[in-house]
Every structure is written in C-alpha cells, then in structure tokens.
Ligand binder design. Structure first.
Ligand code: SF4
Ligand code: SF4
Length: 509
C-alpha cells in the first residue's frame, strides 16, 4: 500500500507550489489592438495611466484600449483571472473585446475559442454603465446576455471582469482628463455602475435550488446525528437511502450540475495565491454550499459523507450496483491484498494532476478528465464519443465491481481522504467479534473499507451505514443471532442485549 508518510508531504508541497505558482503576466500588445479594431490608427499610451492606450477612430472619436488584468483581478473557475483586451469609447460604449489568456479547464475541454469569442461579442454596443448580467433578459433595469452552456462561472466572471475593468478605466481616464485635458481629450464619461454584486444576482437566480439543497443538507445532518436510531429501522433506512441516492443523481447532478471536482480544489489554491476572493467562490451557490458542507462533514465524520451521500457520480454507481444486486448479480471484488494496492492509483493520479497544475492548468485539466463528471452531469453525455465511452464504461464496470471508479481512480476522493485523518467523531460501531472471527460486514461492504481484522478504514469508508444496519440486525449479525437464539430458548432475559463495545461505548455483545 502507498505510504501516507510519503504521499502526504508530497501533496502538501505540490499544493503550496500550486498556490505560489505565478499567474499570467500581461502587457497590451499593439498588434492585438489593431486586430481588435482594424480601422484604428496606432494606439498611444495614456500618460499617467499605466496599461491604458487611446487612439482616434474615424466616426467614433476617442477609443480606449486596455487589458482587463491591468485593472482588475477576479479569479475565475480555474482560480486565475481571464484576461481580455477591450476597446471602449471614452463615453463608455463597448466597441470590441477579445480573450487574450485564460486557464479555464472547462473551456480547454468542452467549449471552443469561437464559443468564447461569441460570448464576449455580446458586449459590443452595450455600455459600461449598463447593468449587464448573464441570463437577465427581460429583467427590469438589467441588460441580459446569454450564458455559456456548461461554463456558467466562467461567463459570470468574464462579465464581471469586463464591466469592472471598464468602470475603473473610465474613472481613471476621467481623472486624467481633469488634470491634463489637452492630452487625453475632453470627451469622457464616468459610469453609474450597478451596486448589486454578481454573486448576489447568482444566488437570487438559484434561490429555488439553494432552498432545496439547504433543506436537504439539514435532513442529512439529522440523519447523521440520528444514525443509530435510523439504522435499527432497516426498511425505513434502506428506502430513505434509495430515495436519497436518486435525489443526489437527479437534483445535485443533473438539475444543479453541482458535481464537485478536483479542479475546484486547484482553482481554490489559485484563488488563495491570487489574493483570495470570496466573490468568485460565491458565484455558484450550489457548489459553494456543497463545499461548505463537505468541509464541515469531513472534519466531523470524514470524506464518506460526501462520497456516500452527496456525490452524484458515486450515487449513480451505487444505484447501478444496487440494481444489479437486486437482480441477483452478486458482483465481484478483488482479494483484499490486491484491493489495498489498487488504492494507490487514485493517489498517484492526484499527485500527477497537482504536479501538472504547477506548470499548466490546461494540462492539469486534461488529466482531470479522468473524472467522468463533466461528461455525465455537466455536458449530460453531449461530448465526443471517447469521453462518453469512458464514462459509460465506468458505469458498466460498477455492475461487476461496485464503485470501481471511486475505490481506485477518483482523485477527488483521494484528496478528501487526506483530510479525513483529522475527523472528530468515530460513530461507526464495531464489536469485539468483528474480524475475530466474524467477516459478515467486511464481506458486505461494497467499498472494501473493512479490514479482515475488523477495523473500518476511515480514509476509504463512504459512510453508507450498511455495516451499521448489519450491526443492529439480530438476523444477520452473528453475535446478535446467537443472543436472539438464546433469548428464544429462554436462556437470557428479554432485554439483556446491551453491553459495551470494542471501544468501551454502548454496544451489543
Ligand atoms: S470517490 Fe469520487 S466519484 Fe466516488 S463518491 Fe467520492 S468523489 Fe464521488
Ligand atoms: S459498509 Fe460500513 S465500512 Fe463499508 S463503506 Fe459503508 S459505512 Fe463504511
């Protein structure tokens, strides 16, 4: 088995390196300026305003050119900003914009540069003083533009980047004009910028999804706190869990597209390096809430709460393997010694992704395609055949080997399992007979997270609570079966079942 003593320091160093890796350096390229607006004569730097250029355009008047990264720094999905070259009249009308640099992984793999340019072109003709919002068409006081399907955060960040940068440019240009009017010209505009932050707008737009998720997370918290009671009501628990898994796939996965990804972690590290911005984290409220809940639940119960209850791809696999078992197909597991060694694969994939991200987010994002999440939930199988085939293959494999992807390949699961080491609660019950000699739970655990010696391996456990159902089942758990038989034969009083467990707490013996 891969030693945590080796992998953990390596991951920490890589994470620190990733956080400290430089983000893009920029300078306005005058050739690019001419490509942006071909009819414009050579742009000259505006005195005392670094990064700002101006030129006269026939029939338009004074045009300002700037790269957004010289004026604002708003981390996007990747954690790095998107840099755009913008042409703007001195009165605040957008004439042209083009993307100069970005590290957005979703764009690398799913959306073409021309899709992105088409999105940016929507700004042409709009004014910096407009309240431009993605999806706000028809909303009073706002100017709506179409989003980028599958790249909502990127679209919002670009919108915010262009409008914020234009606001700053017009302000500094107006200030420069006031002190040196002959240099910069008299025709200037300051803007009345909408005060509502982009994330605020996003939360309003997603209020139904947010409300449903908040209620669901509250219910999950109740389940976790009441787990001992719930698992003693086997049928109720199993029905509830089945319904929950369907909810996770359909609502979190397909409705909200809120499958968390290792790319989120890379973006978070970049965000930290870039001066940290809550705004970009808050832009997707469902993803934000899920990550907040994951942070809490990992520290309390371990990574299993996310993997066992809230991960749409994990839930989809579990539903498929439950269906196959219901149809009488028992599935197949590797011997424990092989199974333990295969765990290493996911940690190695995670290390490789972190290492690549030090040099290039685009390459890291390509390797992160080992996650089939985007194919299944964000793009809903509308991708090139190789991606679809890969995702379908993983779903088919789970029929034969339950949650194969989770156990051996998932870099997100690997990342979460490291934090599990710091969890506070240890509420999964075991008996002194577990592993000595009883192997009932170990055989039934579809994740293979119970050692033959009986201990639960916290880093791997998905907190499905199946072993806890067995723990309380006096028809399945051998020590309880024996006790029930003795009681039935009159050798024990009716309520003589509570004793202490292997950890010294309340348990059946
Ligand atoms: S291991 Fe990965 S795919 Fe599986 S449940 Fe966890 S995060 Fe989801
Ligand atoms: S059966 Fe028990 S040990 Fe196995 S994943 Fe579920 S809760 Fe964890």
């Amino acid at each position: 088995m891969l030693s945590y003593r080796l992998v953990l320091p390596a991951m920490l160093w890589l994470a620190v390196g990733l956080a400290l890796a430089p983000v893009s350096a920029r300078a306005v390229d005058e050739t690019a300026v001419q490509q942006l607006l071909p009819g414009v004569s050579a742009a000259a730097p505006v005195p005392s305003v670094p990064g700002l250029f101006s030129a006269d355009a026939p029939g338009v008047g004074r045009v300002l050119f700037f790269e957004t990264s010289d004026f604002v720094h708003i981390p996007a999905y990747s954690g790095s900003p998107v840099n755009l070259l913008v042409g703007l009249t001195a009165t605040g009308e957008f004439l042209a914009a083009s993307v100069q640099a970005h590290a957005e992984p979703i764009l690398v793999v799913g959306i073409t540069d021309s899709d992105l340019q088409a999105f940016v072109n929507q700004f042409v003709g709009k004014r910096a003083s407009d309240a431009i919002r993605v999806g706000a068409q028809g909303r009073e006081g706002y100017v709506g533009i179409d989003g980028l399907s599958g790249a909502t955060i990127t679209a919002m960040v670009i919108t915010r980047t262009i409008t914020r940068a234009a606001e700053q440019v017009l302000a500094v240009y107006a200030a420069a004009a006031a002190t040196a009017a002959p240099v910069v010209g008299a025709e200037v505009s300051t803007v009345a910028v909408p005060t509502e932050p982009e994330w605020h707008w996003s939360w309003q737009q997603h209020r139904v999804q947010v409300s449903v998720l908040v209620v669901a997370l509250f219910v999950l918290l109740l389940v976790l706190f009441l787990q001992d009671w719930l698992v003693q009501h086997k049928r109720l628990f199993q029905r509830f869990r089945l319904a929950w898994l369907v909810f996770t796939v359909v609502f979190i996965g397909w409705v909200c597209h809120a499958q968390l990804s290792v790319v989120n972690l890379l973006g978070f590290a970049r965000n930290l390096a870039g001066g940290f911005s809550w705004e970009s984290l808050l832009l997707d409220p469902v993803v934000f809430l899920l990550w907040a809940f994951v942070a809490l639940s990992i520290l309390l119960w371990g990574r299993g709460v996310y993997c066992g209850w809230l991960c749409p791809f994990g839930a989809a696999q579990e539903l498929l393997s439950k269906a196959s078992r219901a149809l009488g197909f028992a599935g197949w597991q590797f011997p424990h010694a092989v199974h333990e060694r295969l765990w290493a694969i996911k940690y190695l994939i995670l290390l490789a992704i972190l290492g690549l991200a030090l040099d290039s987010m685009a390459n890291a994002a390509r390797l992160a395609e080992v996650e089939p999440f985007k194919t299944v939930f964000v793009m809903q199988f509308d991708r090139p055949p190789a991606y679809v085939l890969y995702a379908v293959l993983l779903l088919v494999i789970t029929v034969f080997n339950s949650k194969f992807y989770c156990k051996y390949l998932c870099p997100l699961g690997a990342a979460l399992s490291f934090v599990t080491r710091f969890k506070v609660f240890d509420w999964l019950r075991r008996r002194v007979e577990c592993g000595h000699p009883c192997q009932t739970c170990a055989r039934e655990c579809q994740i293979g997270a119970i050692r033959p010696t009986g201990e639960i391996i916290d880093n791997e456990c998905h907190y499905c609570l199946d072993c806890q159902v067995t723990y309380w089942d006096e028809h399945r758990c051998p020590p309880l079966v024996r006790k029930r038989k003795k009681r039935f034969q009159g050798q024990l009083p009716e309520h003589a079942v509570i004793a202490t467990d292997a950890a010294g707490s309340r348990r059946e013996s």
